[in-house]
Write a new protein. Structure first.
Length: 84
């Protein structure tokens, strides 16, 4: 079940994050969810030790391109059903 939260970020970060999410065919909510799931599932002791920190740093500096293959309607339905 999805729940809503309110977060505050620097405006420039939001603009860049929205552009990044749109360019990679993913919603900003799902991108944030992905990053938070990585951060909370790791046995990390500091922000520098998080498994996504290098990836986030590269994305923010424009060194990495996240490519997401468009899914078919059948694939989306199957994924939706498997989450319930």
């Amino acid at each position: 079940m999805d729940a809503k939260i309110t977060l505050s970020f620097d405006e420039q970060i939001i603009v860049k994050a929205k552009e990044f999410a749109a360019a990679n065919n993913i919603s900003l909510s799902r991108l944030t969810e992905f990053l938070l799931s990585k951060a909370t599932s790791a046995n990390s002791y500091s922000l520098d030790e998080l498994p996504v920190s290098d990836w986030v740093n590269m994305v923010s500096e424009g060194e990495v391109e996240y490519v997401r293959k468009p899914r078919t309607s059948k694939e989306r339905k199957s994924e939706y059903r498997s989450r319930k």
